[in-house]
Design a protein around this ligand. Structure first.
Ligand code: TRP
Length: 325
């Protein structure tokens, strides 16, 4: 007996990095054991901030490719692309009728976007959380694995659902956030969150050589100029990554760093080895998938078919309740 139904979406950002893996994908894989899972590449959401869309299809495919290589299993989970199931746009429109505009204008992420893209404060951007609510509600999902940054959106989703249920009768479960309890993964600059757009990331699909090269150029403890200076593992991002990727040797590494018995170069070399070792099975599966042309497309077509079947039933019920034909 499954514990419930999970829905999660991620904006298609192309090849995934270890921050995506540790913060989300790893958790998606695990949830497949206990939940009925639906995972969606939200390409329509991406359009709220994208002006240049020529890479959107490619980025969607590459993200899903990585999901599959990381262990999302199309036999157990529904894996699909948001725009393939048109019903979501209809539910978005209908839910917008029960969503007061002032709820949306209050959302911190919206206010943030008004500042970061003042030239493109589009209507879709205001409705971003409504589209998210439609994603989740179309499949009547009750559990939504997300990072902390998405909590305000989830709160709003619950309010929209509550209002819909109040006005038209019990229809949707109130979706609960399931926080991924992984600490923020910093980028190779050691100060900002790992992100592709900042180019401070480690791609899962990179070659071992490229991974090593990027790690070797990463920042470490800034106070440590020379190998003979004592290091401060507690503030070093490389050490933080060792805690994840070299867990059995962290005490030793910390001690050697503090006592200047190991330099940053050697420390990073060791990390590169650990990470390459951890990523080897992923890279192997990615190569296997790459050897099957059309496989990703096939998975996505199957996922959309299954998602659509549920979506159609939900829409029949919603139209009926809202007095539509
Ligand atoms: N807004 C989410 C993000 O930026 C992506 C998303 C869209 C989502 N629809 C969703 C997450 C539904 C969870 C459930 O990360």
């Amino acid at each position: 007996m499954k514990k419930g139904r999970v829905f999660s979406g991620a904006r298609p950002t192309g090849r995934q990095h270890i921050g995506n893996y540790l913060g989300a994908i790893q958790n998606y894989v695990k949830l497949q054991e206990d939940y009925e899972c639906i995972y969606c590449a939200v390409d329509i959401h991406a359009l709220t901030t994208l002006e240049d869309t020529h890479l959107l299809r490619e980025n969607t495919r590459e993200m899903v490719f990585d999901w599959l290589a990381a262990g999302l299993d199309p036999e157990r989970s529904i894996i699909f692309v948001q725009s393939h199931v048109h019903e979501v746009t209809e539910l978005h429109t209908l839910l917008s009728m029960v969503t007061p505009v002032n709820w949306l204008l209050r959302v911190a992420t919206f206010k943030e976007k008004v500042k970061t893209q003042p030239h493109n404060v589009n209507y879709g951007l205001v409705g971003y959380p409504v589209l998210m609510t439609a994603d989740i509600s179309l499949y009547k999902a009750d559990t939504v694995p997300v990072g902390e940054d998405q909590l305000p959106h989830l709160e709003l989703a619950r309010e929209i659902v509550r209002r819909f249920n109040y006005l038209f009768g019990e229809t949707f479960p109130e979706p609960q956030a399931k926080l991924t309890n992984f600490p923020l993964v910093l980028g190779l600059d050691g100060v900002r969150k790992m992100s592709k757009s900042l180019d401070n990331h480690l791609e899962l699909a990179a070659t071992p050589e490229e991974t090593t090269r990027r790690i070797m150029s990463a920042y470490t403890d800034p106070a440590r100029q020379f190998k003979t200076d004592p290091g401060h593992p507690d503030i070093c991002n490389i050490f933080r990554l060792h805690e994840t990727y070299t867990p059995e040797r962290t005490a030793e590494i910390a001690e050697n760093c503090r006592g200047a018995a190991i330099g940053c170069v050697a420390c990073k070399q060791m990390l590169a080895e650990s990470i390459n070792q951890a990523l080897a099975p992923f890279r192997q599966r990615r190569a296997e998938i790459a050897a099957r042309p059309g496989y990703v497309e096939e998975v996505l077509a199957g996922g959309a078919d299954r998602a659509r079947a549920t979506a159609r039933e939900t829409m029949r019920e919603v139209r009926e309740k809202m007095g539509l034909p």
